[in-house]
Ligand binder design. Structure first.
Ligand SMILES: Cc1cc2nc3c(=O)[nH]c(=O)nc-3n(C[C@H](O)[C@H](O)[C@H](O)COP(=O)(O)OP(=O)(O)OC[C@H]3O[C@@H](n4cnc5c(N)ncnc54)[C@H](O)[C@@H]3O)c2cc1C
Length: 387
């Protein structure tokens, strides 16, 4: 690593789904890229991991499915929507090297993306925190100030600064980037990992009841990630006893699954997310761009944040390489709108149980339309993605 090299084609803040993917694609296209992340290499983050179809097809095209499989990530062959007294199962088709879908732990997926970025030539520095955005004399964003683990501060200048630093993006806040659209609904999540539950390791299971939604997602190390989503008011009322909230919620959702999880071995503590309304931020400006949750966040209920982070990484990388940064935001927003709207109509709890399957159907249709539109986009250009 050349610590003296201070000018890059692109510097990226955040080295996870969005940042590491963008770095990999730009580096594969021949750009000189620096990525910084304040977290240590391989650190975990809050997520239930479920990848959707377009993410898996990108990982396949990027040549990264074998690494996921080698890490013992189970193949998901079916997704099951459970309503009271009624299960609806949908089989997952194979795509290229991918036998189905996958839900890798973030301690697996994010390092795979970071390794791929490094192999492509990107300089990835963990435990390195953005402290300020640097502007050129003409006002254009021109770089970042950072501080590393040893306390050393330095500046890296770049033709473009990319904020891939998550929902509470310091890049976005430093630049006063406005939200261009906000949702109205926000759900709290309580989740935990368990091992040895005996539940299937090849299906996403989505559980539905009035005022409770939940799921069980098989992931690495023979564990399942089980979660419930609740209205924020219920979470606030129960936040000092999330354990009771979790088990009661799961029991209401599916007594048999709750019983299997209850006798399984807990892995780690309960994890919680208080909820945050969905939002789109302006996607780019003079010398900067946002990607992943930094630019577009939605309620975790769609299990789509990682998939959209990978999608937008490729949209942004293409836009930079094509010299069409202004085209990135409108494309992102066009591809996202139908899912965002249909998700809002599920997570706002404005439905009766009889109405819920139709709303899930609308979300499924939105995901299918998005998948089709994204595949058409990738097919229409020479992909950046070859390893
Ligand atoms: C409870 C929950 C469950 C979820 N379940 C799913 C799911 O099943 N499927 C799915 O697809 N999505 C899910 N999501 C959403 C998904 O986790 C996010 O969409 C995804 O992590 C976004 O990736 P990202 O790279 O944009 O940002 P992040 O993963 O948030 O990464 C941002 C990175 O930026 C770094 N950073 C921040 N500030 C600085 C700074 N100042 N300097 C340097 N580095 C900085 C952070 O350390 C972090 O590593 C879930 C989210 C939650 C909260």
């Amino acid at each position: 690593m050349n610590q003296n090299h201070t000018h890059y084609d692109a510097v990226i803040v955040g080295a996870r789904a969005a940042g590491a993917s963008t770095a990999m694609l730009l580096a594969r296209a021949g750009l000189d890229v620096l990525v910084v992340d304040k977290a240590p290499s391989g650190a975990d983050t809050l997520s239930s991991h479920a990848l959707m179809r377009h993410a898996v097809s990108q990982l396949d095209r990027w040549g990264l499915i074998p690494a996921l499989v080698d890490a013992g990530t189970p193949v998901i062959r079916r997704t099951v929507f459970s309503y009271p007294g009624n299960d609806v199962a949908i089989d997952i088709r194979r795509q290229g090297d991918a036998e189905g879908l996958y839900a890798p732990r973030r301690t697996v997926l994010d390092p795979i993306l970071v390794d791929a970025a490094r192999q492509a030539g990107a300089d990835v520095r963990h435990e390195t925190t953005l402290t300020a955005i640097v502007h050129n004399d003409d006002g254009r964003v021109g770089g970042i100030d950072v501080i590393d683990r040893s306390g050393r501060s330095y500046t890296a200048t770049a033709d473009i600064v990319i904020g891939a630093d998550g929902l509470h993006s310091k890049v976005a806040r430093s630049l006063d980037v406005p939200a261009t659209r906000s949702g109205t609904a926000a759900n709290a999540v309580v989740m935990r990992y368990v091992a040895g539950s005996g539940l299937p390791s090849d299906e996403y299971r989505w559980l539905n009841q009035a005022h409770r939604i939940g799921g069980v997602i098989p992931t690495n190390d023979d564990t399942h990630c089980a979660f419930i989503s609740v209205p924020p008011a219920d979470f606030r009322a129960a936040r000092h006893d999330v354990e009771t909230l979790f088990w009661r919620g799961l029991h209401d959702l599916h007594p048999d699954i709750a019983a299997a999880l209850r006798v399984a071995d807990p892995v780690g503590p309960f994890r919680t997310f208080p909820g945050h309304v969905g939002q789109f931020r302006q996607a780019s400006g003079n010398g900067w761009a946002l990607v992943g949750d930094a630019g577009y966040f939605k309620d975790p209920g769609a299990a789509h944040g990682i998939s959209d982070a990978l999608r937008d990484a490729e949209l942004l990388a293409n836009a930079i390489v094509d010299g069409d940064l202004a085209g990135y935001g409108p494309t992102r927003d066009r591809l996202s709108a139908e899912l965002f709207d249909s998700l809002e109509s599920v997570v706002d709890w404005s439905w009766t149980l009889d109405e819920l399957p139709a709303r899930h159907f609308a979300m499924g249709k939105a995901m299918a339309n998005e998948h089709k539109a994204v595949q058409a986009l990738w097919a229409a250009r020479r992909p950046l993605a070859a390893a």
